[in-house]
Design a protein around this ligand. Sequence first.
Ligand code: BES
Ligand code: ZN
Ligand code: ZN
Length: 514
Amino acid sequence: MDTKLLFQDATGFSTPMLAVFAVDIATGKDADALPALLSTSDAVTSATEKVMASGEFKATLGETVLLHAPNGLKAERLLIVGLGKAKSLSMDEIRKGAGIAVRAAKPLGVREIAIAFPEDQALSDEHLENLPCLLMSRELVEGAEVAEIDYDTYRSDRKDRSVRALTVIAKESEKSTRAEIQEGFEVGLIVAGAQNFTRSLVNEPGNVLTPTVLGERAAAMCREVGLKCEVYSTKKLHELKMGAFWAVAKGSSEPPALIVMTYEPEGGVAKGAPVMGLVGKGITFDTGGISIKPADGMEKMKYDMAGAGAMIGAMRAIAQLKPKVKVIGVVCSAENMPDGAAFKPGDVVTTMSGKTIEIVNTDAEGRLVLADGLHYAKTLGCTHLINAATLTGACVVALGLVNAGLFSNDDATCEKFQDGLKVSGEKFWRLPCTDDYKDQIKSQIADMRNTGKTRFGGATTAAMLLKEFAGDTPWVHLDIAGCAWNEENTPWLPYGPSGIAVRSIVEWVRSYSA
Ligand code: BES
Ligand code: ZN
Ligand code: ZN
């Protein structure tokens, strides 16, 4: 989408469709209050006067009204988008509202739209507490850009429903200066571009996106944005003695890929400065291996590389946002297949760190590739680690499809990540991984086993194994199994890959910028 920011009044802007936002300001003491438009433009106010006064439009989130040939405006259509209760207005509604505007245009065949920046002057202060202005333009752009992509590339009968151009019509005010709006807009474009890049990777079927192809796509992206990228395969895994990663990879005829992406801030970093390590699970298809999964739903396991996708996308945004901190992305990619050469339950593997793992279930493969990935990131000098993985069904059972799992061995590091969630708007819920749970991964014959002694607390059991390899290094683990794929269309986001974690990882990294 060709996205621009313009500072002018919406009245004179020619566009096939102009979207404006409205909120529900009714409260207990004033239950009949009509919704309020987030625009101070006289022409917009008068063109919408009748419908706003009719009481038919309540401005609930997702509710829209479309007016043709609005009086006094150059726009051909005016779309009023409800954002819900003014009292609870947050960045999330701004993001969703922008997405709704874009997705509403598609079935109409409207190819170019404009969105009027929600004007804070239109509301009283009490309703605006939640809305720092800088972020408003950022969230608006993020919501619009992410909503634009439909994952229909593999349909030969697909219709082009793309919205090709978006103009954000902004007005500066006391609260939101031109510079703030501009900065938010630019950051939003970068972050949403990265999230969409991640989604394009996660959307690919397993026969297209093999570990080798994932490596090629990552390398091409790195070339484009000026990151250093090395892609290794079987030989390197052997050299590094990555016995756990190799155990998973060896059952497939597709070679594994170990992808290392490096971002160095211009002018370097001070000695002793933090080095952020981003480690991703990149299983391009997870059959479960010899502990094979049931056929029902197995097709979904093409997105078992969503953690890797998130890290590759995050690296893209980092290269463009240029924080003053060194970042290394490590992706461990393989296919988990049953085969004569595949690893088996009962095998004992020696990881790169030297610790041994008894394999109890070959379907618990993500923690194995990450065990070596995390250790490797430490040997590359990473002082802070974060990993993302579609790791456990147990995390989906615990948190459903709304929150992703968050685990950490260090409260301060975890809190920094949680602070970033206020900006990213993503939902992660912290779950425990204290040593009380260590007994679950005790093995009779090796240093640990790859699944728990019981099924209970399975997401934590997986985290406990990863924690062994993070060691004393501050570490955050994101289990995104339940949130990496949208099972249903919503008015603001289509069915398919969500791109979860990109925004939050980028925010976490930025919080370490010198
Ligand atoms: N890739 C799966 C986890 C998963 C589940 C991802 C649902 C996305 C949606 C992972 O490799 C796996 O199979 N985990 C097992 C672990 C078990 C064998 C201890 C699981 O969760 O069942
Ligand atoms: Zn598995
Ligand atoms: Zn898996």
